[in-house]
Ligand binder design. Structure first.
Ligand code: HSE
Length: 439
């Protein structure tokens, strides 16, 4: 008879409580699948008195995460407190140094300290599993690390933040304001404690940094990710995208290019017919382009207690099975250093929305400036506000939106052309520029 796997859980919030419940509920199946019983023997959380709706009888309480991590009865330390630093970091280090395995859902901590922790895991023989850190229930880490171990990945991209996708979906479908949608995302428990972390793209950047390391064998480097959030997206961009056959999503994209690996997070126009464009609400999706195979898209719940607990328990099951995968797919010493790819050298199609002077020659001036930079226009739309020709009515021009879609070009060409257009004084305000990602 194999000894049970003894688990200690630090953090009993929504996810921690759900993990305790799931281990209890799935006990027989887990033991059949792993060949061992899995038992929660110790926990720790800020409040012992809080009502959690779970049965903690027979489970001992540790004073703090460090005490739990050092508890000699425990084989697997599960960190579900969150936060990129203390007390999670020291507790995980202590657990790994004593040869225990660690399971965590903490993307911020893995993004910042993942390499150091992976080295400790290698040195002391424990596992360091973090499937829940990216896309919650979607098994994307396993897919990259194990399922595609024999495939050369060219690009991995996706919707990695439920809050942003929820906001963009509701803004598009219900014509609601950004603020209203954000409030609902917070109420439903999708958003981070500080929602700017979601809407400014940093949550996506941390998840992308983890995926890029696994996909390309590079050192995890959050600083190498270019980041732009969704707060500049206006309802008119969502409407224009719809009319032009696109949808706006906050994407994290990591791609091999001739100039190195580009890692970027920004609002992106994706063709309405693409798999990623169909992903609505809090749902996450990741597409992986591998050499010689058609793209693989994984879609599923990327946030919430049950979805996150599902991945955490799967990671615990791997520990029970005795699997000690290299946390980033290969020994830390074999991961290559990576640097930030300069965005001005990024190449792709662009959506540009300008508020232009409604006078003869304006569109020609804009087209000329783009042509000077060798930018080819796929489509150009000029609209009068509410379909009214303001110049004819007032005898003077009010700015009207001009929307352009370009063929593939470089980002510095786009910015040079727009600077020239601004110098020509045919537009007012700042141009809106959104990158296009083709499937
Ligand atoms: N705030 C995150 C999201 C939670 O909205 O996706 C999961 O990491």
């Amino acid at each position: 008879m194999v000894a049970p796997l003894n688990v200690g859980i630090a953090g009993l919030g929504t996810v921690g409580s759900e993990v305790v419940r799931l281990i209890e509920q799935q006990g027989r199946i887990l033991s059949a699948r792993t060949g061992r019983d899995i038992r929660v023997v110790g926990v720790t959380a800020r409040s012992k008195a809080k009502k959690r709706g779970i049965d903690l009888r027979g489970i001992s309480w540790a004073r703090d995460p460090l005490e739990l991590a050092n508890d000699a009865r425990i084989d697997c330390f599960v960190e579900l407190m969150g936060g990129a630093g203390e007390p999670a970091l020291s507790a995980i280090e202590a657990a790994l140094k004593s040869g225990k395995s660690v399971v965590t859902a903490n993307k911020a901590l893995i993004a910042k300290h993942g390499l150091r922790l992976a080295k400790l895991a290698e040195l002391h023989g424990g596992a360091l599993n973090f499937e829940a850190a990216v896309g919650a229930a979607i098994p994307v880490i396993k897919t990259l690390r194990e399922g595609l171990a024999g495939t050369s990945v060219q690009r991995v991209y996706g919707i990695l933040n439920g809050t942003c996708n929820y906001i963009l979906t509701r803004m598009e479908q219900e014509r609601l304001s950004f603020a209203e949608c954000l409030k609902d995302a917070q109420r439903l428990g999708y958003a981070e404690a500080n929602p700017s972390f979601d809407v400014d793209g940093h949550d996506t950047a941390q998840k992308l940094a983890i995926l890029a390391s696994l996909a390309f064998g590079t050192e995890i480097a959050e600083k190498a990710v270019y980041v732009e959030g969704i707060s500049s997206i206006a309802p008119e961009d969502l409407r224009a995208a719809e009319e032009l056959g696109y949808r706006v999503k906050l994407l994290g994209v990591a791609v091999k290019t001739a100039k190195g690996i580009e890692q970027r997070v920004h609002p992106t126009m994706v063709p309405k017919s693409s798999s990623i464009a169909q992903v609505m609400g809090v749902t996450n999706a990741v597409t992986i382009d591998g050499e010689g195979i058609a793209p693989i898209t994984l879609v599923g719940p990327g946030a919430g207690g049950a979805a996150t607990a599902s991945a955490v328990v799967a990671d615990i099951a791997d520990v029970a099975r005795g699997i000690r995968a290299k946390p980033f797919g290969r020994p830390v010493a074999q991961l290559r250093a990576t640097s930030k790819a300069p965005m001005e050298r990024h190449e792709g199609g662009y959506y540009i929305r300008l508020m232009a002077r409604d006078l003869a020659g304006t569109a020609a001036t804009i087209a000329t400036r783009l042509a000077e930079q060798k930018i080819s226009i796929e489509s150009i739309v000029q609209r009068h506000a509410n379909g009214v020709d303001t110049a004819a009515l007032n005898g003077k021009s009010s700015p009207v939106p001009v929307i352009l879609i370009t063929y593939a070009t470089s980002e510095d060409a786009v910015y040079r052309a727009l600077q020239a257009v601004q110098r020509d004084k045919v537009i007012s305000g700042r141009p809106q520029v959104i990158r296009i990602e083709k499937n």
